[in-house]
Ligand binder design. Structure first.
Ligand SMILES: [Zn+2]
Length: 63
């Protein structure tokens, strides 16, 4: 199940939408910011009871 989550780009500060797929459980993946195209490391935490997004944070990929 895909959910679109709006988070804040750690590079340019713009709100950016990330597609989160909780069918595979919690995961870390890289997504490019839609505004500045910089790579964001997305940490996705899923709720195992609902298969929904529990938390989503974005950090700079090189940190
Ligand atoms: Zn950005």
């Amino acid at each position: 199940m895909y959910e679109t989550v709006t988070t804040e780009c750690p590079w340019c500060g713009a709100p950016t939408e990330v597609s989160a797929d909780c069918s595979a459980g919690s995961q870390i993946f890289v997504e490019d910011c839609m505004v500045c195209c910089s790579p964001m490391l997305i940490r996705l935490e899923c709720d195992p009871l609902t298969d929904g997004v529990a938390a989503l944070t974005a950090v700079r990929e090189n940190e």
